[in-house]
Design a protein around this ligand. Structure first.
Ligand SMILES: [Zn+2]
Length: 247
C-alpha cells in the first residue's frame, strides 16, 4: 500500500506520536480529518480537551452551559482564578486554540439537549460524554447508537472511575441505559467527591483508546465497561457483548 502524503507541518508537530505503532502516518492523517464532540468541560472534559486537541484531531466541539466557579479550580485544569464567572466552553477554546494549527475548536455555551435540538444533523466521528449527569449520558449514548457514531462516557467518584464505550457497528450493542438504568444507582458515581488526579487518570485511559480509534480506518471502539480503583490500582474490565438493548 502506498504511504500517505503527510505535510512537513504534520510531521514536525506530531513526529513522536506518528512513531507509535498503530498510529503511524496514516493514523495521523486520519486524526487530522476527524470531528469529535466533548460534552462537559469539567474535571474530565478539561483533561480530555487538552489531550485530544494536542493529538491533532481536525475539529473538536465543546458543549457546556456552565460558567467557571472557584470550587472547580482544584480539578478543572483549563481554568484559573481570573476565569471565574466566564463560560467554560469559551474559556477552554481561548486557552487551547493556539496549541497547534491543525485543530479547529468550536464552542457551544448550551447543554447537550438544547444543542441536539438546534444541531440535529451535525455529524461527529466520536462523541465523548464527560458530564456528571445521568440523563445526559443516556441521551448521548442513545443518540450515538441511533446515528452509528463511536461513543465513550466516563464518570468518577472519590478514588474510583468508570469507563464505558460502545461499538457502533454491532446491531445488538448496548447503550448507557442498559447498564445504568437507575439514576439512584449511578448517582454514587456522579457529581460527588472528587480529586484531580483521579479525573486525570480515568480521562487519560479514555483518551488513549479514543486517539487509537480515531487514528484507525474503522474509527470504532469495543463494547466495554472498565471499573477503575486508583487507590488499589485495580482495573476490572467487563465484556458485555451479549446484551440486547431494548431501548
Ligand atoms: Zn439500551
Amino acid at each position: 500500500m502506498a504511504q500517505p502524503e503527510l505535510s512537513d507541518n504534520l510531521i514536525e508537530q506530531f513526529g513522536r506520536q506518528i512513531l507509535v505503532p498503530g498510529i503511524d502516518e496514516q493514523g495521523q492523517l486520519n486524526l487530522s480529518k476527524r470531528k469529535v464532540a466533548i460534552i462537559g468541560l469539567g474535571a474530565l472534559g478539561t483533561v480530555a480537551s487538552q489531550y485530544l486537541i494536542r493529538s491533532g484531531i481536525g475539529e473538536v466541539h465543546f458543549i457546556d452551559p456552565d460558567k467557571v466557579e472557584e470550587s472547580n479550580l482544584h480539578r478543572q485544569i483549563n481554568y484559573t482564578l481570573e476565569d471565574v464567572g466566564a463560560f467554560k466552553a469559551a474559556i477552554s477554546k481561548n486557552k487551547l486554540q493556539r496549541i497547534n494549527d491543525i485543530t479547529k475548536i468550536v464552542s457551544h455555551q448550551t447543554n447537550y439537549q438544547n444543542y441536539l435540538k438546534e444541531n440535529e444533523n451535525e455529524n461527529f466521528d466520536l462523541i465523548f460524554d464527560c458530564t456528571d449527569n445521568h440523563a445526559n449520558k443516556i441521551l448521548s449514548s442513545q443518540h450515538s447508537k441511533k446515528n452509528k457514531v463511536a461513543y465513550v462516557s466516563i464518570s468518577i467518584n472519590s478514588t474510583e472511575g468508570i469507563y464505558f464505550s460502545q461499538n457502533y457497528q454491532k446491531e445488538a450493542t448496548f447503550c448507557f441505559a442498559c447498564l445504568f438504568p437507575q439514576t439512584d444507582i449511578n448517582h454514587r458515581c456522579l457529581n460527588s467527591a472528587m480529586i484531580g488526579p483521579v479525573a486525570g487518570f480515568v480521562t487519560s485511559l479514555a483518551c488513549t483508546k479514543i486517539i487509537f480509534a480515531l487514528a484507525s480506518d474503522s474509527n470504532n471502539l469495543k463494547n466495554e465497561i472498565s471499573l477503575i480503583d486508583l487507590l488499589t490500582s485495580d482495573i476490572n474490565k467487563l465484556q458485555l457483548d451479549k446484551i440486547n438493548c431494548p431501548h
